[in-house]
Design a protein around this ligand. Structure first.
Ligand code: TYM
Length: 337
């Protein structure tokens, strides 16, 4: 298969189609991907194998997977320039994950903060899925299969990226150079959007309180309501400071969307109150999301088009990933068939 992107550096990233994506996913990941697609050879995956680490309703998983594909496209990811695919369509991911699992340690996996947080939420060891525990190894497999140079993600994925680097180095040392060791690519603006209800916590689609997050598909009036209810403080002065995490988070949203600097915004809001700041934040989110929402709805009406994209993506991803998987198998000592 031709590959006219050979001289470009490779990017890999993905979003889980579990629940509904938030502006955290958008500002921390998706929006940055759009800016990278000309310069890099990009693989953008909808990571459904990751989504099943917690229980999913099959019908909803199917719907969310297609919706996520529509969101990628509507946000501006060009299917002609990038490889867009669904993780479960490319079996090398599961298989490489197993090979890497056998080169991973219980200790390093149990130190993953996301695992610790999630397992706290799901209770004792008899109700925490083993998939949640080995999930970062699957993520490493995703990345390493494509000889990825850079992984654009939000701050919360940094530790998983470090594990992917460790696993790559370990495999390279145990056998012989096989994997490129990937670098995280974390943009400062939008890297960690916080909960609107508790700005010391990351904004997450799995939060029980719907006021804590803004969904990519939230209608304008819902966005206004959620932003107006965002927790701030009683100081009444717009500063970009850790002492005012709620206000800082609202400013960070503006910074990520508008590209302004914290200093410019603090200067602009001198003598103005939180109501004005919140109105501007809501306006800018709506301005950014409305065209995407319209496109998503249109795209979801054309299932044949969506199918043509994920099929083409899977073909290319399969071809590239199998090359790496075969190398891994051979080095481990499996007999080629
Ligand atoms: P996921 O689905 O939880 O999130 C997708 C992307 O969104 C970013 N993100 C945020 N960024 C800023 N502020 C937030 N509040 C926020 N919440 C989420 C995440 O950092 C991520 O970039 N394991 C990954 C998916 C994955 C992946 C991969 C990523 C699987 N394989 C390979 C990169 C490369 C995850 O669960 O992301």
């Amino acid at each position: 298969m031709e590959n006219n992107n050979e001289s470009k550096k490779v990017i890999f990233s993905g979003i889980q189609p579990s629940g509904n994506p938030t502006i955290g996913n958008y500002l921390g990941a998706l929006r940055n991907w759009v800016k990278l697609q000309d310069e890099f050879d990009c693989y953008f995956c909808i990571v459904d194998l990751h989504a099943i680490t917690v229980k999913q309703v099959p019908k909803e998983l199917r719907e969310k997977t297609l919706e996520m594909l529509a969101i990628y496209l509507a946000a501006g990811i060009d299917p002609e320039k990038n490889t867009i695919f669904i993780q479960s369509h490319v079996p090398a991911h599961s298989e490489a994950a197993w090979l890497l699992t056998c080169n991973s340690y219980m200790g390093e996996l149990s130190r993953m903060t996301q695992y610790k947080d999630k397992s706290k939420k799901y209770g004792d060891n008899d109700s925490i899925g083993a998939g949640l525990f080995v999930y970062p190894v699957l993520m490493a497999a995703d990345i390493l299969l494509y000889n990825t140079d850079l992984v654009p993600v939000g701050q919360d994925q940094k530790q998983h990226l470090e594990l992917a680097r460790d696993l790559a180095n370990r495999f390279n040392n145990a056998y012989s150079p096989t994997f490129k060791v990937p670098e995280p690519y974390i943009q400062k603006a939008g890297a960690k959007i916080m909960s609107l209800q508790d700005p010391t916590k990351k904004m997450s689609k799995s939060d029980e309180n719907a006021n804590a997050y803004i969904l990519i598909m939230d209608p304008p009036e819902v966005i206004r309501k959620k932003v107006s209810r965002a927790v701030t403080d009683s100081l009444g002065v717009v500063n970009y400071s850790d002492e005012q995490p709620g206000v800082k988070n609202l400013l960070n949203i503006l910074i990520a969307i508008k590209g302004s600097t914290p200093e410019e915004l603090v200067e602009y809001y001198k003598g103005k109150g939180y109501a004005e700041l919140k109105k501007d934040v809501a306006d800018s989110i709506i301005g950014e999301l409305e065209p995407i929402q319209t496109k998503v709805k249109e795209l979801l009406k054309d299932k044949a088009y969506l199918e043509s994209i994920y099929k083409k993506g899977a073909e290319k991803a399969h071809y590239i990933s199998m090359k790496t998987l075969r190398k891994m198998q051979k080095k481990i000592g499996f007999i080629p068939r």
